[in-house]
Design a binder for this molecule. Structure first.
Ligand code: UDP
Ligand code: MG
Length: 312
Protein backbone atom coordinates (compact mmCIF):
# COMPACT_ATOMS: atom_id res chain seq x y z
CA UNK A 1 0.00 0.00 0.00
CA UNK A 2 1.17 3.53 -0.73
CA UNK A 3 2.49 5.15 2.42
CA UNK A 4 2.58 8.78 3.51
CA UNK A 5 4.54 9.98 6.53
CA UNK A 6 3.82 13.24 8.32
CA UNK A 7 6.80 15.02 9.89
CA UNK A 8 5.50 16.99 12.85
CA UNK A 9 7.93 19.18 14.82
CA UNK A 10 6.78 19.95 18.33
CA UNK A 11 8.10 22.67 20.58
CA UNK A 12 6.03 23.43 23.66
CA UNK A 13 2.69 22.54 22.11
CA UNK A 14 1.15 20.67 25.05
CA UNK A 15 -2.19 22.46 24.66
CA UNK A 16 -2.38 21.73 20.94
CA UNK A 17 -1.33 18.11 20.59
CA UNK A 18 -4.61 16.32 21.40
CA UNK A 19 -6.70 18.64 19.21
CA UNK A 20 -4.10 18.52 16.48
CA UNK A 21 -3.87 14.76 16.39
CA UNK A 22 -7.66 14.39 16.40
CA UNK A 23 -7.81 16.75 13.41
CA UNK A 24 -5.14 14.68 11.65
CA UNK A 25 -7.02 11.47 12.32
CA UNK A 26 -10.23 12.98 10.96
CA UNK A 27 -8.54 14.29 7.81
CA UNK A 28 -6.58 11.13 7.04
CA UNK A 29 -9.61 8.86 7.60
CA UNK A 30 -10.95 10.16 4.28
CA UNK A 31 -8.22 8.17 2.54
CA UNK A 32 -8.44 4.57 3.77
CA UNK A 33 -6.48 3.49 0.68
CA UNK A 34 -3.28 5.03 2.10
CA UNK A 35 -0.98 3.97 4.89
CA UNK A 36 -0.30 6.93 7.20
CA UNK A 37 2.49 7.41 9.68
CA UNK A 38 2.81 10.33 12.08
CA UNK A 39 6.39 11.12 13.04
CA UNK A 40 6.36 13.61 15.89
CA UNK A 41 9.70 15.20 16.73
CA UNK A 42 9.84 16.77 20.17
CA UNK A 43 12.37 19.59 19.90
CA UNK A 44 13.50 19.73 23.53
CA UNK A 45 10.21 21.13 24.88
CA UNK A 46 10.30 22.08 28.54
CA UNK A 47 6.56 21.64 29.02
CA UNK A 48 4.63 18.35 28.95
CA UNK A 49 4.67 17.92 25.19
CA UNK A 50 6.70 14.71 25.34
CA UNK A 51 4.25 13.10 27.78
CA UNK A 52 1.42 14.22 25.50
CA UNK A 53 3.12 12.61 22.52
CA UNK A 54 3.67 9.33 24.33
CA UNK A 55 -0.03 9.34 25.22
CA UNK A 56 -0.87 9.75 21.53
CA UNK A 57 1.42 6.86 20.72
CA UNK A 58 -0.38 4.70 23.25
CA UNK A 59 -3.71 5.26 21.51
CA UNK A 60 -2.59 5.32 17.87
CA UNK A 61 -0.02 2.81 16.69
CA UNK A 62 0.76 4.87 13.58
CA UNK A 63 2.46 7.44 15.80
CA UNK A 64 6.26 7.52 16.07
CA UNK A 65 7.82 9.79 18.66
CA UNK A 66 11.37 11.13 18.41
CA UNK A 67 12.73 13.42 21.07
CA UNK A 68 15.79 15.62 20.56
CA UNK A 69 18.07 15.90 23.56
CA UNK A 70 17.75 19.70 23.54
CA UNK A 71 16.05 22.46 21.58
CA UNK A 72 17.79 22.38 18.19
CA UNK A 73 15.33 24.57 16.31
CA UNK A 74 12.50 23.83 13.90
CA UNK A 75 14.69 23.20 10.85
CA UNK A 76 16.82 20.61 12.62
CA UNK A 77 13.75 18.96 14.17
CA UNK A 78 12.25 18.56 10.70
CA UNK A 79 15.57 17.18 9.44
CA UNK A 80 15.55 14.55 12.18
CA UNK A 81 12.04 13.59 11.08
CA UNK A 82 13.09 13.37 7.43
CA UNK A 83 15.98 11.10 8.40
CA UNK A 84 13.50 8.84 10.16
CA UNK A 85 10.93 8.79 7.36
CA UNK A 86 12.85 6.04 5.56
CA UNK A 87 10.42 3.94 3.57
CA UNK A 88 7.49 6.32 3.09
CA UNK A 89 6.49 7.05 -0.52
CA UNK A 90 5.77 10.66 0.31
CA UNK A 91 6.47 12.90 3.27
CA UNK A 92 4.46 15.89 4.47
CA UNK A 93 6.00 18.49 6.78
CA UNK A 94 3.46 20.28 8.94
CA UNK A 95 3.33 22.52 12.02
CA UNK A 96 1.58 21.13 15.07
CA UNK A 97 -0.18 24.33 16.13
CA UNK A 98 -3.03 23.89 13.62
CA UNK A 99 -1.85 26.82 11.50
CA UNK A 100 -1.43 24.41 8.61
CA UNK A 101 -4.88 22.90 7.96
CA UNK A 102 -4.85 19.08 7.74
CA UNK A 103 -7.40 19.20 4.90
CA UNK A 104 -4.85 21.04 2.72
CA UNK A 105 -2.40 18.18 3.17
CA UNK A 106 -5.00 15.83 1.68
CA UNK A 107 -5.15 18.04 -1.43
CA UNK A 108 -1.35 17.82 -1.59
CA UNK A 109 -1.60 14.05 -1.72
CA UNK A 110 -3.98 14.25 -4.68
CA UNK A 111 -1.56 16.53 -6.55
CA UNK A 112 1.31 14.19 -5.75
CA UNK A 113 -0.63 11.22 -7.10
CA UNK A 114 -1.13 13.24 -10.28
CA UNK A 115 2.65 13.34 -10.68
CA UNK A 116 3.93 16.42 -8.83
CA UNK A 117 7.11 15.71 -6.82
CA UNK A 118 6.97 18.65 -4.44
CA UNK A 119 3.72 20.37 -3.48
CA UNK A 120 4.44 23.46 -1.42
CA UNK A 121 1.67 25.30 0.35
CA UNK A 122 1.62 28.96 -0.57
CA UNK A 123 -0.22 31.41 1.65
CA UNK A 124 -3.03 33.16 -0.10
CA UNK A 125 -3.63 35.14 3.05
CA UNK A 126 -2.07 35.18 6.47
CA UNK A 127 -3.64 35.98 9.77
CA UNK A 128 -0.37 37.14 11.32
CA UNK A 129 0.03 40.65 12.64
CA UNK A 130 1.08 43.59 10.47
CA UNK A 131 4.63 43.42 11.84
CA UNK A 132 5.18 39.79 10.93
CA UNK A 133 3.70 40.41 7.50
CA UNK A 134 5.96 43.40 6.86
CA UNK A 135 9.12 41.62 8.00
CA UNK A 136 8.25 38.55 5.94
CA UNK A 137 7.69 40.73 2.89
CA UNK A 138 11.03 42.49 3.34
CA UNK A 139 12.80 39.19 3.80
CA UNK A 140 11.42 37.65 0.61
CA UNK A 141 12.20 40.84 -1.28
CA UNK A 142 15.87 40.70 -0.28
CA UNK A 143 16.09 36.94 -0.78
CA UNK A 144 14.64 37.25 -4.28
CA UNK A 145 17.37 39.68 -5.26
CA UNK A 146 20.33 37.96 -3.64
CA UNK A 147 19.78 34.22 -3.68
CA UNK A 148 21.27 32.10 -6.45
CA UNK A 149 18.06 30.07 -6.81
CA UNK A 150 14.36 30.89 -6.99
CA UNK A 151 12.80 30.41 -3.60
CA UNK A 152 9.02 30.85 -3.84
CA UNK A 153 7.47 33.65 -1.81
CA UNK A 154 5.09 33.22 1.10
CA UNK A 155 5.94 29.59 1.40
CA UNK A 156 6.82 28.03 4.71
CA UNK A 157 7.91 24.48 5.33
CA UNK A 158 4.37 23.08 4.95
CA UNK A 159 4.89 20.85 1.92
CA UNK A 160 4.70 17.37 0.49
CA UNK A 161 7.79 15.73 -0.97
CA UNK A 162 8.09 12.56 -2.98
CA UNK A 163 10.51 9.99 -1.56
CA UNK A 164 13.01 10.71 -4.35
CA UNK A 165 13.11 14.35 -3.29
CA UNK A 166 13.48 13.39 0.37
CA UNK A 167 16.45 11.18 -0.53
CA UNK A 168 18.10 14.17 -2.25
CA UNK A 169 17.29 16.63 0.54
CA UNK A 170 18.85 14.21 3.01
CA UNK A 171 22.15 14.53 1.15
CA UNK A 172 22.38 18.18 2.16
CA UNK A 173 24.02 18.03 5.55
CA UNK A 174 24.92 21.70 6.10
CA UNK A 175 24.77 22.84 9.71
CA UNK A 176 22.95 26.09 9.15
CA UNK A 177 19.81 24.78 7.51
CA UNK A 178 17.27 26.63 5.42
CA UNK A 179 15.08 23.78 4.26
CA UNK A 180 12.84 25.61 1.82
CA UNK A 181 15.97 26.79 0.04
CA UNK A 182 17.42 23.29 -0.01
CA UNK A 183 14.20 21.87 -1.48
CA UNK A 184 14.18 24.59 -4.16
CA UNK A 185 17.84 23.77 -4.88
CA UNK A 186 17.08 20.07 -5.33
CA UNK A 187 14.68 20.69 -8.23
CA UNK A 188 12.19 18.11 -9.58
CA UNK A 189 8.62 19.01 -10.47
CA UNK A 190 7.46 21.52 -7.87
CA UNK A 191 4.05 23.14 -7.73
CA UNK A 192 2.26 25.52 -5.40
CA UNK A 193 -1.02 24.89 -3.66
CA UNK A 194 -2.73 28.05 -2.41
CA UNK A 195 -4.22 27.99 1.07
CA UNK A 196 -5.34 30.25 3.90
CA UNK A 197 -3.14 30.01 6.93
CA UNK A 198 -5.04 29.79 10.18
CA UNK A 199 -4.21 31.31 13.50
CA UNK A 200 -2.24 29.39 16.08
CA UNK A 201 -4.69 27.28 18.09
CA UNK A 202 -3.09 27.78 21.51
CA UNK A 203 0.29 28.68 22.97
CA UNK A 204 2.88 31.10 21.65
CA UNK A 205 5.05 31.27 18.58
CA UNK A 206 8.43 29.58 18.94
CA UNK A 207 9.78 32.12 16.46
CA UNK A 208 10.36 35.43 18.24
CA UNK A 209 11.99 38.27 16.27
CA UNK A 210 15.52 37.26 17.26
CA UNK A 211 15.09 33.75 15.85
CA UNK A 212 13.33 35.11 12.79
CA UNK A 213 16.26 37.41 11.99
CA UNK A 214 18.83 34.66 12.35
CA UNK A 215 16.62 32.41 10.22
CA UNK A 216 16.43 35.11 7.54
CA UNK A 217 20.22 35.44 7.68
CA UNK A 218 20.64 31.67 7.14
CA UNK A 219 18.42 31.91 4.10
CA UNK A 220 20.39 34.73 2.55
CA UNK A 221 23.89 33.66 3.57
CA UNK A 222 23.21 30.00 2.82
CA UNK A 223 22.16 30.67 -0.75
CA UNK A 224 24.22 33.68 -1.74
CA UNK A 225 27.77 34.96 -1.50
CA UNK A 226 26.51 38.32 -2.73
CA UNK A 227 27.13 40.18 0.56
CA UNK A 228 30.85 39.38 0.17
CA UNK A 229 30.87 40.62 -3.41
CA UNK A 230 29.15 43.82 -2.36
CA UNK A 231 32.30 44.86 -0.49
CA UNK A 232 34.10 45.14 -3.81
CA UNK A 233 31.29 47.11 -5.39
CA UNK A 234 31.42 49.61 -2.58
CA UNK A 235 35.18 49.83 -3.07
CA UNK A 236 34.76 50.61 -6.75
CA UNK A 237 32.15 53.25 -5.97
CA UNK A 238 34.42 54.97 -3.46
CA UNK A 239 37.42 54.81 -5.83
CA UNK A 240 35.30 56.37 -8.54
CA UNK A 241 34.39 59.11 -6.10
CA UNK A 242 38.08 59.80 -5.55
CA UNK A 243 38.45 60.44 -9.28
CA UNK A 244 35.58 62.92 -9.16
CA UNK A 245 37.18 64.57 -6.16
CA UNK A 246 40.53 64.75 -7.95
CA UNK A 247 38.85 66.54 -10.86
CA UNK A 248 37.25 68.96 -8.43
CA UNK A 249 40.60 69.61 -6.71
CA UNK A 250 42.19 70.18 -10.09
CA UNK A 251 39.46 72.70 -10.87
CA UNK A 252 39.99 74.58 -7.61
CA UNK A 253 43.76 74.68 -8.19
CA UNK A 254 43.44 76.07 -11.70
CA UNK A 255 40.63 78.57 -11.25
CA UNK A 256 40.99 79.61 -7.64
CA UNK A 257 44.62 78.94 -6.60
CA UNK A 258 44.70 81.31 -3.59
CA UNK A 259 41.65 79.93 -1.81
CA UNK A 260 43.04 76.68 -0.43
CA UNK A 261 44.74 75.32 2.66
CA UNK A 262 47.96 73.51 1.67
CA UNK A 263 47.74 69.72 1.70
CA UNK A 264 43.97 69.23 1.73
CA UNK A 265 43.81 68.05 -1.86
CA UNK A 266 46.34 65.30 -1.29
CA UNK A 267 44.64 64.18 1.94
CA UNK A 268 41.12 64.26 0.54
CA UNK A 269 41.78 62.43 -2.68
CA UNK A 270 44.23 60.03 -1.01
CA UNK A 271 41.76 59.07 1.67
CA UNK A 272 39.04 58.18 -0.80
CA UNK A 273 41.38 56.36 -3.13
CA UNK A 274 43.04 54.32 -0.39
CA UNK A 275 39.84 53.30 1.36
CA UNK A 276 38.38 52.40 -2.03
CA UNK A 277 41.35 50.19 -2.83
CA UNK A 278 41.17 48.59 0.60
CA UNK A 279 37.53 47.71 0.12
CA UNK A 280 38.19 46.31 -3.34
CA UNK A 281 40.93 44.09 -1.93
CA UNK A 282 38.68 42.98 0.94
CA UNK A 283 36.09 42.08 -1.68
CA UNK A 284 38.72 40.01 -3.50
CA UNK A 285 39.43 38.16 -0.27
CA UNK A 286 35.65 37.86 0.14
CA UNK A 287 35.30 36.22 -3.26
CA UNK A 288 37.83 33.54 -2.34
CA UNK A 289 36.23 33.13 1.07
CA UNK A 290 32.87 32.72 -0.69
CA UNK A 291 34.28 29.87 -2.75
CA UNK A 292 35.74 28.21 0.31
CA UNK A 293 32.32 28.57 1.95
CA UNK A 294 30.49 27.01 -0.96
CA UNK A 295 32.98 24.13 -1.01
CA UNK A 296 32.62 23.47 2.71
CA UNK A 297 28.83 23.31 2.37
CA UNK A 298 29.66 20.14 0.44
CA UNK A 299 26.33 19.99 -1.35
CA UNK A 300 25.63 17.41 -4.01
CA UNK A 301 26.49 18.75 -7.46
CA UNK A 302 23.25 17.51 -9.01
CA UNK A 303 20.27 15.26 -8.40
CA UNK A 304 19.03 12.87 -11.04
CA UNK A 305 15.30 12.63 -11.60
CA UNK A 306 15.57 9.85 -14.19
CA UNK A 307 18.15 7.34 -15.38
CA UNK A 308 17.20 5.37 -18.48
CA UNK A 309 20.19 3.32 -19.55
CA UNK A 310 20.55 1.46 -22.82
CA UNK A 311 19.42 -2.14 -22.72
CA UNK A 312 22.75 -3.85 -23.58
N1 UDP B 1 9.07 24.46 16.56
C1 UDP B 1 10.14 23.59 16.82
N2 UDP B 1 11.26 24.10 17.42
C2 UDP B 1 11.40 25.42 17.75
C3 UDP B 1 10.32 26.30 17.45
C4 UDP B 1 9.18 25.79 16.85
O1 UDP B 1 10.08 22.41 16.53
O2 UDP B 1 12.44 25.80 18.29
C5 UDP B 1 7.85 23.91 15.91
C6 UDP B 1 6.53 24.31 16.55
O3 UDP B 1 6.12 23.38 17.51
C7 UDP B 1 5.57 24.33 15.35
C8 UDP B 1 6.48 24.73 14.20
O4 UDP B 1 7.81 24.43 14.60
O5 UDP B 1 5.05 23.04 15.09
C9 UDP B 1 6.33 26.20 13.82
O6 UDP B 1 6.63 27.00 14.92
P1 UDP B 1 5.76 28.26 15.34
O7 UDP B 1 4.30 27.98 15.19
O8 UDP B 1 6.21 28.68 16.69
O9 UDP B 1 6.23 29.34 14.26
P2 UDP B 1 5.31 30.36 13.44
O10 UDP B 1 4.13 29.58 12.92
O11 UDP B 1 4.92 31.41 14.41
O12 UDP B 1 6.23 30.85 12.35
MG1 MG C 1 2.86 28.52 14.07
Amino acid sequence: MTSVAYILPVYEEEENLAVFHAAMQAATSTRPDLDFEFIYVNDGSKDNSLEGLLELRATDQRVTVLSLSRNCGHQVAVTAGLDAAGEADAVIIMDTDLQDPPAVSMEMITMWQDGVDVVYAQRRSRKDGAFKRATAYGFYWVLDRLASIDIPRNVGDFRLMDRRVVAEVNRYREQDRFLRGIVAHVGFRQEALLFDRDERYAGETGYPLRKMLSFAASGIIGFSTMPLKMISRLGFAISALSVVLAAYVFGVRVFNPDDSVPGWAFLGVGMFLLSGIQLIMMGVIGSYLGRVYVETQDRPLYSLSLVARGAS
